[in-house]
Design a protein around this ligand. Structure first.
Ligand SMILES: C[S@@+](CC[C@H](N)C(=O)[O-])C[C@H]1O[C@@H](n2cnc3c(N)ncnc32)[C@H](O)[C@@H]1O
Length: 172
């Protein structure tokens, strides 16, 4: 059997899934940054992790503050926000406090909070959707690695380069 035909019988490897996620994050973030460039409100990064996507945002965005939500900072030093832009703790607690502080002003929210357990990720995305939705400004975009469960946000078609199911984009 020709290699190209045999390929169809293989499941995606974890490496395939990881690469698809990274490529999709970059495509969706670049799209969302451009689409929201005229909005003045802050950018919210939910889940700092190693800090790669935070660093990407910081390199690509001008004129907007970036606030990071993370329960335990363990990022590369070059990708660690200063204290004033770090909201330390569980997002179930920090998101409601952030809504009191910022109101519905976020121009862009990026969430990458999940781990390897897809069922857990889905349940978590469902539970935090009502906490995320009110933070977005009109015209603001949300990019998420997991499907979200919003009442009033519109799901947008993915930009070129993003892989279906690996990233989701929503607009208020
Ligand atoms: C997959 S990593 C983020 C990776 C990041 N996008 C990057 O480019 O390096 C997910 C992060 O979300 C954080 N996280 C998960 N659940 C959280 C919660 N309930 N509250 C705050 N942070 C959480 C974890 O500590 C972890 O650092």
């Amino acid at each position: 059997m020709a290699p190209a035909a045999r390929q169809e019988f293989f499941d995606l490897s974890r490496l395939d899934v990881f690469i698809d996620r990274m490529v999709s994050q970059r495509a969706c973030l670049d799209f969302a940054i451009a689409q929201t460039a005229r909005l003045p409100g802050p950018i919210l990064e939910l889940g700092l992790g190693n800090g790669r996507t935070f660093h990407h945002l910081r390199e690509r965005v001008a004129g907007r503050e970036i606030f990071v939500f993370e329960r335990a900072i363990a990022a590369h030093p070059e990708s660690t926000p200063d204290e004033a832009h770090t909201l330390l703790g569980d997002v179930n607690e920090t998101l409601p406090r952030a809504l009191e502080r910022f109101g519905p002003t976020a121009s862009l929210i990026h969430a990458d909070l999940g781990g390897h357990n897809l069922k857990k990720n889905d349940a978590f995305a469902r539970s935090i959707s009502p906490l995320v939705e009110p933070m977005l400004a009109p015209g603001g975009l949300m990019v998420s690695s997991d499907r979200m469960y919003f009442e009033a946000l519109e799901e947008l078609p993915l930009p070129k380069g993003a892989v279906a199911g690996r990233c989701f984009v929503y607009r208020r």
